[in-house]
Design a protein. Structure first.
Ligand SMILES: Nc1ncnc2c1ncn2[C@@H]1O[C@H](COP(=O)(O)OP(=O)(O)OP(=O)(O)O)[C@@H](O)[C@H]1O
Ligand SMILES: [Mg+2]
Length: 282
C-alpha cells in the first residue's frame, strides 16, 4: 500500500470513529422554511458523499414525511410507547437520507416522565452509529423543549426571512439561547431573500445587535433566494434540490451544504449531544 493510500485509510478510520455531528434547525417565527431547509440540506449533504439522518422533532405538526411524500408506518410515537425500536421506525428517503418520522400531536418530550424521556433519547442516540450528520427539525418558537434541542446540538441553524417579524423573533430566540450561558455554535440562515445583498444586510444587522447587546457571536450559514421552484416542489412533494438542482434555490442549498461540511470537516462532533440533552431536561 502506498503512503498516500495508507493516509487515506487512516483518515477513513478516524472518520468512522468520529461521533456524528448534530445540527438543529430552528426559528423564532413559524413558516420561515425550516422543514424545507432540513430536507433539502440533508439531501445535498448526502449527495456530497455523507451519511445523513433527519430527526423530525417538530412534535406538534410533523411534516418531513409529508414534504417527501413518504407514508411511514411507524414513527417516534411507537418508539416512545416501546412498540418499536429506533431501527424499526427509521425509513430511507431520497439519496439514502435516513428519516426518523415525527409523531403528530403527541405529548412533548418536556412533558414526558423521566423514564420515557430517558428511553426515547437513548434510542435516538443510536443514530450516531448510522449517520455522520444528524439534522434535527424543531418546531418554531421559544419553548423549553426546542431550546433544549438547540443548545445540545453541535451546531444550531437559526432560520429567518427578510420579514421584520421573522427577524425580531430570530433575535428573541438568540437572546433566550444567550441566557443559557453556554458556548454555542450559532449560525444564521436567511431564507426567501430577494437578493444576496438583502440577505447579507440582515445577517450584518442581527450579528451586530447580538454582539453588542447579548455578547453573542453569530456566524453566517448563508442564504436561500426566494424561488417559485420551492413552492412547486412542495406541491409535488419532491425535494427541490433534486427536482430543480440548478434553480437559484437549488444552487443556494448546495452552496450552504458545502460550506457547512467544510466548516465541520476539521471539527469533531463532541458526541454526547443526547447526554447534554438529558442534562437539560433534568
Ligand atoms: N426559498 C423559498 N422560496 C419560496 N418559498 C419558500 C422558500 N422557502 C420556503 N418557502 C415557502 O414557505 C412554506 C413554508 O415552509 P416550511 O414548511 O419549510 O416552513 P417551516 O419553518 O418548517 O414551518 P413550520 O414553522 O410550520 O414548521 C413552504 O411551503 C413554501 O411555500
Ligand atoms: Mg416545519
Amino acid at each position: 500500500m502506498s503512503p498516500s493510500d495508507q493516509a487515506q485509510r487512516l483518515r477513513e478510520l478516524v472518520e468512522s470513529l468520529a461521533p456524528s455531528r448534530s445540527i438543529s434547525i430552528t426559528s423564532g417565527k413559524g413558516g420561515v422554511g425550516k422543514t424545507n431547509v432540513v430536507v433539502n440540506l440533508a439531501i445535498a449533504m448526502a449527495k456530497l458523499g455523507n451519511e445523513v439522518a433527519i430527526v423530525d422533532a417538530d412534535l406538534g405538526l410533523a411534516n418531513v414525511d409529508v414534504l417527501l411524500n413518504l407514508n411511514p408506518k411507524y414513527n417516534l410515537y411507537h418508539v416512545i410507547e416501546r412498540h418499536k425500536s429506533l431501527e424499526e421506525v427509521v425509513i430511507s428517503g431520497p439519496s439514502g437520507v435516513k428519516i426518523v418520522p415525527g409523531a403528530s400531536g403527541i405529548t412533548k418530550v418536556a412533558n414526558m416522565g423521566p423514564k420515557e424521556r430517558q428511553h426515547i433519547l437513548s434510542e435516538l442516540s443510536r443514530l450516531q452509529h448510522i449517520a455522520d450528520y444528524i439534522l434535527i427539525d424543531t418546531s418554531a418558537g421559544i419553548n423549553r423543549n426546542v431550546i433544549n434541542f438547540v443548545v445540545s446540538s453541535d451546531v444550531a441553524l437559526i432560520v429567518t426571512t427578510p420579514e421584520p417579524t421573522a427577524i425580531t423573533d430570530a433575535y428573541a430566540m438568540i437572546k433566550v439561547i444567550s441566557q443559557r450561558k453556554i458556548e454555542q455554535d450559532l449560525r444564521l440562515l436567511v431564507n426567501m431573500a430577494t437578493s444576496k445583498r438583502e440577505a447579507d444586510e440582515i445577517y450584518e444587522r442581527i450579528s451586530m445587535v447580538s454582539r453588542q447587546f447579548l455578547n453573542m457571536e453569530i456566524s453566517y450559514a448563508g442564504y436561500i433566494l426566494k424561488d417559485d421552484v420551492v413552492v412547486n416542489a412542495v406541491l409535488q412533494r419532491r425535494p427541490f434540490v433534486l427536482e430543480y438542482p440548478y434553480s437559484p434555490a437549488g444552487r443556494s442549498v448546495t452552496r450552504i451544504a458545502k460550506e457547512l461540511l467544510r466548516s465541520l470537516s476539521g471539527k469533531m462532533g463532541n458526541g454526547g449531544w443526547i447526554d447534554r440533552l438529558l442534562g437539560w431536561f433534568r
